[in-house]
Design a protein around this ligand. Structure first.
Ligand code: HEC
Length: 187
């Protein structure tokens, strides 16, 4: 009787143990299948790649509109039907945009406003030995050095004058405009 009970218990015990082992193996397989597909989705999904590329995109990009403007003009006028329309559409918009911006590099009105906010403090009063605006005698020998030298001095600093008059947030073009304004007013 007791031997029979032991045998029945052992059978039940092994049955439960076996089903737990099977259950564990199934869980392991399911887990590895799920993680595998998640990793795959992370790396290979083109939408994920596009999103990552967008997120790590540099803030600036090289504008190649001008060279593109030359190419279609020299190339095959007759048959650029399939691929060219986009380039052709971009070119007229881009081409007129560049000459005005090049011409705006030296802008006396802009120069006056830059002078007013960044240079006047020293150059209106002659503080720290700065050549005063409109002081022809002080400016003549400096102007004689040429605009290139004056631009470099103003941008990089000279003597007690700090680079860009201390306003390093201003662009080189702004500083050049201010120099042009000062020279114009002091010749
Ligand atoms: C902190 C005072 C100060 C400010 C602000 C300042 N300058 Fe000057 N600047 C000077 C002094 C001083 C000199 C004379 C430097 C020397 O010859 O040693 C000078 C000289 C110059 C010269 C002549 C450089 C040369 O090579 O002879 C130019 C051009 C000039 N400044 C442009 C500017 C412009 C443009 C600004 C504003 C963006 C500006 N400065 C702001 C003090 C200043």
């Amino acid at each position: 009787m007791s031997a029979h009970n032991d045998a029945a218990f052992l059978r039940m015990f092994l049955l439960i143990l076996g089903s737990l082992v099977v259950f564990t193996v199934l869980i392991l397989i399911a887990a590895s299948t799920i993680t595998g597909s998640v990793e795959e989705a992370r790396g290979d999904d083109p939408r994920v790649r596009a999103a990552v590329a967008e997120r790590i995109r540099p803030i600036g990009a090289v504008n190649v509109a001008a060279p593109a403007a030359v190419a279609p003009a020299n190339e095959t006028p007759p048959a650029p039907s399939a691929e060219k329309p986009m380039a052709a559409a971009v070119v007229p918009a881009a081409a007129p945009a560049s000459p005005p911006s090049a011409g705006a590099a030296v802008d006396l009105a802009k120069g006056e406003s830059v002078y007013g906010m960044a240079c006047l403090a020293c150059h209106a009063t002659g503080a720290a030995g700065a050549p005063k605006l409109g002081d022809k005698a002080a400016w003549a020998p400096r102007i004689a050095q040429g605009m290139e030298v004056l631009h470099a001095s103003a941008i990089n600093g000279k003597g007690t004058m700090p680079a860009k008059g201390g306003r390093v947030d201003l662009s080189d073009a702004d500083i050049q405009s201010a120099v042009a304004y000062m020279v114009n007013a002091s010749e």
